[in-house]
Write a protein that binds this ligand. Structure first.
Ligand SMILES: *Cc1c(COP(=O)(O)O)cnc(C)c1O
Length: 384
């Protein structure tokens, strides 16, 4: 029987989404109009953050994110090797050094212990910030990272690209949504189609700091502002106060984002149902990402660890199940290898990478499709 390709992630575009985009295409503003602000306000509300700045992609958001936190040439940041390259690249864009600390072998997230060890192995002031990632959709314990960051006067930029809708309960039993800006100084989300909310391309930076918010606005749009306009000046007045970029999102992408955002909460619930079905089917067979108590995984990914990873990958692909690997450790990519200023042991990350495989995980995955995926994995496993 010929089955359809089942990817690891897939966007869901509804008639309502299409209508929202068409309406915006027929309106007065294709860009710099009201939909961008509406998207920002609704997104900020959805994650409980004070401010949100929409951008053309998360990589741009990470770039102006680190700049708004004051990162400069020669400074140093810490991030995880198990992430998409952009989490590290943003520091390189401004000429800063990227140091990697190892992951926790159970959660696959940047290890608090290893991060502390790295910081304390260096002189005071060596590092400027930490870029932790809510990898796979599992929120990182930012309350604990904040305490560490405060001890060493570091900022935190949360890469929340995998985790809109994820949260944890902190020590005061308060629900802390990824990107809410309570423990991190700012956070970044992606609206690439494999992520929860699809805009084609798009991103969002959230923060609770007015100062960071103003810098983000300036950097997103050429460093130009009208804020110092007085009555004596003509309407054309503007100032370029700093060297910024054009990292704006369009209004029709924002309209799509607004429409998609409205379904995200339901999508996260569905992702968790899919995850539970995988966990039940694979119980005792494969290691999966451990969910700490009081954490909700937003489940961008569902990962299992297998010994014959290449074998399973090839077998699934031959059955049109397009499982994927997340990620080749960033420190092993040639660009970072060539820089070579990292002397840290990253054996957890390397061991994880040798076994990980991400299975199809998206809200419109049907029960039949998931059954087919599970059946193929179990049958491959039992042949071993
Ligand atoms: C997707 C992703 C990015 C980059 O997002 P873009 O919107 O494609 O620029 C950055 N970090 C992580 C962890 C991602 O998954």
């Amino acid at each position: 029987m010929e089955n359809k390709i089942i990817p690891y992630g897939r966007q869901d575009i509804t008639e309502e989404d299409i209508k929202a985009v068409i309406e915006t295409l027929q309106s007065d503003f294709l860009t710099q109009g009201p939909k961008v602000k509406e998207f920002e306000d609704k997104f900020a509300a959805s994650v409980d953050a004070k401010y949100a700045v929409a951008v053309n992609n998360a990589t741009a958001g990470l770039h102006i994110g680190v700049m708004s936190l004051g990162l400069k040439e020669g400074d140093r940041v810490i991030t995880t090797p198990i992430t998409f390259a952009a989490s590290a690249n943003c520091a390189r864009f401004v000429g800063a050094e990227v140091w990697f600390a190892d992951i926790d072998r159970d959660t696959y997230l940047l290890s608090l212990v290893k991060t502390r060890e790295l910081i304390e192995s260096k002189p005071k002031g060596f590092f400027k910030g930490i870029i932790p990632v809510d990898f796979g959709g599992l929120p990182i314990d930012l309350e604990a990272f904040r305490a560490l960051a405060n001890e060493h006067n570091l900022w935190i930029l949360e890469d929340a690209c995998h985790a809109p809708g994820g949260y944890f309960l902190d020590s005061k039993n308060q629900k802390q949504f990824c990107g809410n800006g309570v423990y991190a100084d700012a956070a970044v989300f992606s609206f690439h189609p494999v992520k929860h909310i699809a805009c084609g391309e798009g991103g969002m930076v959230t923060t609770n700091s007015e100062e960071v918010y103003k810098k983000l606005l300036l950097l997103r749009s050429h460093g130009i502002t009208k804020e110092n306009m007085s009555e004596n000046q003509g309407g054309w007045f503007y100032e370029m106060q700093t060297l910024g970029f054009n990292y704006r999102i369009t209004d029709f992408q924002a309209a799509l984002g607004i429409s998609q955002l409205a379904r995200n909460e339901k999508g996260v619930i569905k992702r968790n149902e899919i995850a539970q079905k995988y966990k039940d089917a694979f119980e005792g067979k494969f290691k999966v990402q451990i969910l700490p108590d009081n954490f909700l995984n937003a489940h961008h990914l569902f990962i299992i660890e297998v010994e014959d990873r290449k074998g399973l990958y090839d077998y699934l692909h031959s059955n049109k199940i397009y499982a994927q690997i997340h990620y080749i450790p960033v420190h092993q990519l040639p660009y970072y290898k060539n820089i070579g200023y990292n002397e840290v042991n990253l054996s957890n990350s390397e061991d994880y990478y040798s076994k990980c495989i991400s299975l199809p995980m998206f809200p419109t995955l049907t029960a039949e499709e998931q059954d087919f995926v599970i059946e193929k994995i179990i049958s491959f496993h039992s042949k071993k």
